[in-house]
Design a protein. Structure first.
Length: 146
C-alpha cells in the first residue's frame, strides 16, 4: 500500500524537478484515497514557504479535524520543522517518508508527539535528492535555510 502512495509523491517530485524546482513531492491520503498532491514550488512561485507538504495541504483544501485524524502524509523527503509542525497542528497520525538520508527533519520530536513515522529508505527518493543536491547545491541550501 505504501508503494502506491509513495509513487504518487515521487511523481510530484519529478514534476517539480521538470519545472526547474526542487524534487520533493507529497500526497495526503484519507481512507486510501489521495485527497491532496503537491510538490516543492518555492522556485516556481517565488515563495518562502511552498514546500511539497505545504503545497499538498493547500491543494487538499479545507478539511475537518475528523478528516485530518484519519490521514496519512506521504513525503519523498523527511519533512522540515515547518511541514512537520503543520502535520502536528492538524493531528495527522501517520507520516510516511521516502528517505531521510539527505535531510532529516524533526522526526524524533514528531514521534514524541504520538505520530507514527515510517521511513521507507527508497533508493529512488535518495537518488533523486542526491542528484539534485550535487547539481544545485546553492538552491538546496536555500531551501533548507543554510
Amino acid at each position: 500500500m505504501h508503494d502506491k502512495f509513495m509513487n504518487a509523491a515521487i511523481e510530484e517530485a519529478e514534476k517539480g524537478f521538470s519545472e526547474g524546482g526542487i524534487p520533493i513531492g507529497s500526497v495526503l491520503v484519507i481512507d486510501n484515497e489521495i485527497v491532496g498532491r503537491g510538490h516543492n514550488r518555492r522556485v516556481q512561485k517565488g515563495s518562502a514557504i511552498l514546500h511539497a507538504e505545504m503545497d499538498c495541504f493547500e491543494n487538499a483544501g479545507r478539511l475537518t479535524a475528523k478528516d485530518y485524524k484519519r490521514a496519512t502524509l506521504y513525503s519523498t523527503l523527511s519533512p522540515c520543522d515547518m511541514c512537520s509542525g503543520t502535520a502536528l497542528l492538524y493531528k495527522i497520525p501517520k507520516i510516511v517518508i521516502g528517505e531521510n538520508k539527505t535531510f532529516k527533519g524533526p522526526e524524533e520530536y514528531v514521534k514524541s508527539r504520538g505520530v507514527e513515522v515510517i521511513v521507507l529508505d527508497s533508493p529512488k527518493c535518495i537518488k533523486l535528492m542526491e542528484y539534485f543536491i550535487r547539481n544545485k547545491p546553492e538552491l538546496w541550501n536555500e531551501d533548507i535555510g543554510e
